[in-house]
Design a binder for this molecule. Sequence first.
Ligand SMILES: *[C@@H]1O[C@H](CO)[C@@H](O)[C@H](O)[C@H]1NC(C)=O
Ligand SMILES: *[C@@H]1O[C@H](CO)[C@@H](O)[C@H](O)[C@H]1NC(C)=O
Length: 285
Amino acid sequence: MANLVTSLCCVVLAAVVVAYAQRRSQLVARNQYERMASDVTMQCGSLDNDASVSWKVNGTDVKAQHHLEGPRLILTQVNLGHNGLYSCFQNPHGERRDTILLHIGIPPREPTVTCRSNTYPKGFYCSWHQLYATYIPTTFEVDVQHNQRSLEVQKDSVHKNRCHVRFPEVFSSFPYKVNVTAVNALGKASTTISFEESSIVKPDPPERVTATPIRLNPRRLEVSWHSPATWPDIDNFPLKYFLRYRPLIRDQWQHQFKFDLWSDRHNRSPAYVTAADCFLWARFP
Ligand SMILES: *[C@@H]1O[C@H](CO)[C@@H](O)[C@H](O)[C@H]1NC(C)=O
Ligand SMILES: *[C@@H]1O[C@H](CO)[C@@H](O)[C@H](O)[C@H]1NC(C)=O
């Protein structure tokens, strides 16, 4: 007897759970992602082929070109204007049977990827971007290989499409291989680039560049700068600096100097030029 009661309870409970799940699936919108310019079929729940239903989008009649096939709504040549919340109602009583959030988009294409080390020999970063909008959420997976092993990849806290990698060793002769895969609900596409350590080293520009007139010498200026703060070890990995200048009245850059500042431990580097407009950059090695 007790067993029968328990079983009955179970059956009742199961029925309640099933009914609840069905009701929930009718109320909670599900996402449907479709390609731009395709013909889209939306199926009203799991209704049979001979069911008769009517559809609404955003609570009003569907005005876009479409046709109905039993429980299915078919939209032709969809574009962003077809995005919306679609609901279907079973005739003749008009109970809602399904709710679909339609998202029109395009599959991702191969992302553009570049890598650079402005913190040599600590590490490098890679950035990527999509040349075309996909209109639907797209995420990126990054895989970095060096000497047949995967390196740890850290997301940048500020830049969404950037990650950081530590050099596992310095002066390595093995190339680095970076694979970035763009993924969304409609597809995925990868770009792989390969490079040597030395080819991606590019310091940030010199900082706090100033040019000040020299007293009693109107034909001269003192130019000073600091090495980029991002460069971690200026003593062991010294930078070279390039400076060019032009008088304001000239269009052409006239002269160019190169500085090797091997012994500048204070990162402060005066130079004298007879000009008004200076341009300074750093290079390694
Ligand atoms: C439905 O509403 C959304 C959000 O307001 C809108 O972007 C979309 O164009 C509407 N869709 C249709 C078919 O009217
Ligand atoms: C890049 O990564 C994706 C996803 O993990 C993979 O499918 C693809 O084969 C990889 N490409 C190369 C060249 O390794």
